[in-house]
Design a protein around this ligand. Structure first.
Ligand code: ITT
Length: 214
């Protein structure tokens, strides 16, 4: 009988979980997130200085607690704004400090960019994915990693109510709507996360088939 590979998404961000579920739909994979396995949802300390370091920290955290056979997929991502020297970058989730949330982060971003003209508001989202695949007997441990980015610009006023995080302020190149105004399929088709996941999947296809059809 076919065994469905279980993948735990090592995130506490429900927006990321939703997008991964949309993008994995149709694949023979059983997806769970931290919320399905830990109560309360752990706030994993991300003390790395790069997206890669922090993604690996999250994937390792899950595998070390869940044991053999588990595949953990971690996403570290963020927004880089050229006029701010690449900020908020790896600090995107915590940009507005203690008690940071999307509304406060977006408000701070608009404040920091006040007076910056449209042609100087270029930005990109970046995403690094780390998939740690533990063998059922603890052997065959392997990592796969992939990255993706999406170029665009920061507008002057939030627009749209879909998505999460900085989506209402980010207009991807080639569009005149923000990420928060795009349909899920449109965002996933061009987003940093979608691009990284498609690369990861290309690197994975053989192994995923083996896991599903032993
Ligand atoms: P986990 O660490 O639990 O995965 P997190 O939200 O803290 O959740 P990150 O440390 O990777 O995740 O921070 C990413 C932040 O970058 C996220 O909180 C948003 O503010 C922003 N971000 C990343 N991808 C985004 C997207 O697709 N749309 C809008 N904002 C995004």
């Amino acid at each position: 009988m076919a065994i469905m590979q279980k993948i735990i998404i090592a995130t506490g961000n429900s927006g990321k979980v939703r997008e991964f579920k949309e993008m994995f739909a149709g694949l023979d994979v059983s997806l769970a997130s931290l919320a399905d396995h830990f109560d309360p949802i752990p706030d994993i300390e991300e003390n790395g200085s790069t997206f890669y370091d922090n993604a690996k920290i999250k994937a390792d955290w899950v595998c070390e607690r869940m044991g053999g056979g588990v595949w953990a997929l971690a996403d570290d991502s963020g927004l880089e704004v050229d006029a701010l020297g690449g900020a908020p970058g790896v600090l995107s989730a915590r940009y507005s400090g203690e008690g940071a949330n999307a509304a406060r982060n977006n408000a701070k971003l608009l404040r920091e960019l006040s007076g910056v003209p449209e042609d100087k508001r270029t930005a990109r989202f970046r995403c690094v994915l780390v998939l740690r695949m533990m063998g059922a007997d603890g052997g065959g441990d392997a990592y796969l990693t992939a990255d993706g980015s999406c170029e665009g610009r920061i507008i002057f006023e939030a627009a749209g109510d879909k998505g999460f995080g900085y989506d209402p302020l980010f207009v991807p190149d080639g569009f005149d709507r923000t990420f928060a105004q795009l349909l899920a399929g449109e965002k996933n088709g061009i987003s940093h996360r979608g691009r990284a996941l498609r690369k990861l999947y290309d690197g994975l296809a053989g192994r995923l088939k083996c896991a599903i059809i032993p």
